[in-house]
Design a protein around this ligand. Structure first.
Ligand SMILES: NC(=O)c1ccc[n+]([C@@H]2O[C@H](COP(=O)([O-])OP(=O)(O)OC[C@H]3O[C@@H](n4cnc5c(N)ncnc54)[C@H](O)[C@@H]3O)[C@@H](O)[C@H]2O)c1
Length: 343
C-alpha cells in the first residue's frame, strides 16, 4: 500500500454497486473510489458521475491491471464472482465480494485457494451481521446473557419478488435470498448447523415456478450446540421488508423489530396506526452496508483479519445447497451430505 487511504475499483454498477459506490464516495473518509467498470458503460458512467469516480471502464481487466488500485469490490452478478475473485487475487488486489461467492462448491474452493495463494484479503458481503440490532442479539448469545440458547426464529421477507430475469440467474431462493439468513443463523447462534429440513412452495407468482424457483419457504435448522432454529422466507410481504429475529434461551429471550421511517403512531377513534417499515434493503440496511465496507477498509489498511471470511461464504452456500436438496428429497439433510468440510 503506497497511500494511507484505500484506493478501490468497483466491478458492477447495478443495484448493489451503486449502494457501495455511494458509501465509498460520501461516507468513508479512508477510502477512495478510483475506478468503476461495468459491461454496460452507461451504468458505470452514471454512477461515476454521481460519486465522482475518475476512471470509468467497460472491462474489469483494466481495473485489475491498474497499479494504483489496492482493492476491488465485486458487485457484478453471482456467476461472475468466482472467476473475478481468482483474477483479482492473482493481480494482488484485496477483495470484497458480494454474496454468494458462487453456486458451486468446487468453484468456491478454487476461488478460496487462489486467495490463500495470493495472500490477499477476501471479505464476503454478509452485511446483516453489521446491523446494530442483529449485532446486539449476537452479543446476547455469545456473552451468555441469554443462558443456554434453545430456539431461534428468523423472519426474512422481501416486499416484492425481483424481476424474472434476475430470478432465472439467481440460483434459486436459497442461494440468492435465504443465503443471508443462513449466514445470520450461524452468526447469531455462534454454532454451526448440523442438519436442516426445508419446505418450499410457489404462492406468489406462477412465473417463478416456471423459472424453476420457489417464492415461499420454511427451513428448520438443527445446530451443533443443540439449539433449534427456523427461517421463514417470502418474496412478497405486502407491508414491506420484514426482517426480524427472536432467540429464546434459559435466562430469557431477545427480539428485534422492523425498522420504520419514523416512530409516529396515529391514534383515532377507530384505530391506532403507524407507517409501513423501511421498504427494502437499500434503506433498511444502509448503516450496515457502511459498517461492513468500513470494516473491510480498516482490515486492509491495518492488516487485520476481515470480519466475514471466504469460509463464512462457503458455509452459507453449503446450507443453501442442503436446503435445495431437502426440498427435492422431502427429507432432512445432513450438511455433510453436500460437502460440509472445507478443503
Ligand atoms: N448484500 C446484499 O444485500 C445484496 C443486495 C443485492 C445484490 N447483492 C448481490 O450483488 C450481486 C449483484 O446484484 P445486483 O442486484 O446489483 O445486480 P444488477 O443486475 O442490478 O447489477 C449487476 C451489474 O453488473 C454488471 N455486469 C455484469 N457482468 C459484468 C462484468 N463481467 N464486469 C462488470 N460488470 C458486469 C451488469 O451490467 C449490471 O450493471 C449479486 O451477486 C447479488 O446476489 C447483494
Amino acid at each position: 500500500m503506497t497511500s494511507n487511504k484505500l484506493r478501490i475499483g468497483i466491478i458492477g454498477a447495478g443495484r448493489i454497486g451503486k449502494v457501495h459506490s455511494e458509501t465509498l464516495a460520501f461516507r468513508l473518509p479512508d477510502a477512495i473510489p478510483l475506478a468503476i467498470a461495468d459491461v454496460n458503460l452507461d451504468a458505470a458512467s452514471e454512477v461515476a458521475e454521481r460519486c465522482h469516480i475518475p476512471r470509468v471502464l467497460r472491462d474489469h481487466a483494466d481495473i485489475l491491471k491498474d497499479p494504483e488500485v489496492d482493492a476491488v469490490l465485486i458487485c457484478s452478478p453471482t456467476e461472475t464472482h468466482a472467476d473475478l475473485i481468482i483474477s483479482a487475487a492473482r493481480a494482488g488486489k484485496h477483495i470484497f465480494c458480494e454474496k454468494p461467492i458462487d453456486h458451486s462448491l468446487s468453484k468456491i474452493d478454487l476461488a478460496l485457494q487462489a486467495v490463500k495463494q495470493a495472500r490477499v484479503k477476501l471479505q464476503i458481503g454478509f452485511n446483516r451481521r453489521f446491523d446494530t440490532n442483529f449485532a446486539r442479539v449476537h452479543n446476547a448469545v455469545t456473552s451468555g446473557e441469554l443462558g443456554t440458547p434453545h430456539l431461534m426464529h428468523i423472519v426474512s421477507r422481501d416486499p416484492a419478488p425481483p424481476p424474472l430475469p434476475y430470478i432465472r440467474a439467481s440460483g434459486g431462493i436459497f442461494l440468492d435470498m435465504t443465503i443471508h439468513d443462513f449466514d445470520m443463523a450461524r452468526f447469531l447462534a455462534g454454532s454451526e448447523v448440523e442438519s436442516l429440513y426445508a419446505s418450499g412452495a410457489v404462492r406468489i407468482d406462477k412465473e417463478i415456478e416456471k423459472a424453476g424457483d420457489l417464492d415461499t419457504a420454511v427451513i428448520v435448522l438443527h445446530f451443533k450446540n443443540g439449539m433449534i432454529g427456523t427461517i421463514d422466507n417470502s418474496r412478497q410481504a405486502v407491508y414491506g421488508y420484514d426482517q426480524r429475529v427472536e432467540i429464546l434461551g434459559s435466562k430469557g429471550a431477545i427480539a428485534t423489530e422492523n425498522r420504520f421511517p419514523n416512530q409516529v403512531t396515529l391514534s383515532t377513534g377507530s384505530s391506532i396506526q403507524r407507517d409501513l417499515p423501511l421498504n427494502f434493503f437499500m434503506d433498511r440496511y444502509a448503516e450496515s452496508f457502511e459498517s461492513e465496507l468500513s470494516a473491510f477498509v480498516q482490515a486492509v489498511l491495518h492488516d487485520k483479519p476481515v470480519p466475514v471470511t471466504g469460509q463464512d461464504g462457503r458455509a452459507a452456500t453449503v446450507m443453501a445447497l442442503a436446503a435445495r436438496k431437502s426440498v427435492e428429497l422431502r427429507r432432512p439433510v445432513q450438511l455433510e451430505e453436500v460437502g460440509h468440510s472445507a478443503p
